[in-house]
Design a binder for this molecule. Structure first.
Ligand SMILES: Cc1cc2nc3c(=O)[nH]c(=O)nc-3n(C[C@H](O)[C@H](O)[C@H](O)COP(=O)(O)O)c2cc1C
Length: 171
């Protein structure tokens, strides 16, 4: 994959995240890693000077195995795939790393960087550095119907805001 500047990115984040989905991956070769499918998240700019830092927000429920890796590691990746890998993403979003090597079962190839992991089959990878973690809280919901709809078990997501520090695209 080749490195590009974040300013060269051309995509619709709503389509990319919500419709194509992404793999959220934390961990590395030495310490182990885990990945899960995510379709909720944001890309934008926050903090810093001169327009803000390029940032990504991901939302992880407490019961995900990936969460332990997100909490332990400083870096993580968001990987986006060509359409043909949708089935693999479906698999990784319905099986847990608690139960075994789901990456091998999904047929994806991990690529290990310095403190992070992504996948050889990805068309786009955002390497992120964790800046801020906080749970979504019940009192924060102005529209309470979202609680009934998305959190009947009150398992509110943790929000992870990361600085996008590297952008890799299929070369
Ligand atoms: C299309 C799709 C989108 C998903 N989006 C999210 C998400 O944004 N946040 C989340 O916590 N779980 C999400 N999930 C569920 C996790 O991917 C799923 O529970 C996964 O098995 C967790 O794996 P793990 O236990 O190995 O971390 C999604 C699943 C699918 C299929």
């Amino acid at each position: 994959m080749k490195k590009i500047d974040v300013s060269q990115l051309q995509m619709n984040p709503m389509e990319l995240i919500a419709k194509e989905w992404m793999l959220l991956t934390a961990g590395c070769e030495e310490r182990g890693y885990n990945t899960m499918t995510a379709s909720w998240g944001h890309l934008g700019s926050l903090w810093g000077h001169g327009g803000g830092l390029p940032t990504a927000v991901a939302y992880v429920r407490p019961q995900r195995y990936t969460k332990a890796f997100m909490d332990r590691e400083e870096l993580y990746t968001l990987s986006f795939f060509p359409q043909e890998y949708k089935k693999a993403l479906g698999y990784l979003g319905s099986h847990s790393g608690w139960d075994g090597d789901k990456v091998a079962a999904a047929g994806l190839t991990p690529v290990f960087g310095e403190g992070y992991t992504y996948f050889a089959e990805a068309k786009l990878v955002l390497v992120c550095r964790k800046l801020y973690v906080a749970p979504l809280v019940e009192e924060g919901f102005v529209d309470k119907s979202i609680i009934d709809e998305c959190y009947p078990g009150k398992d509110f997501h943790d929000m992870y805001i990361g600085q996008i520090c590297e952008v890799l695209v299929k070369g």
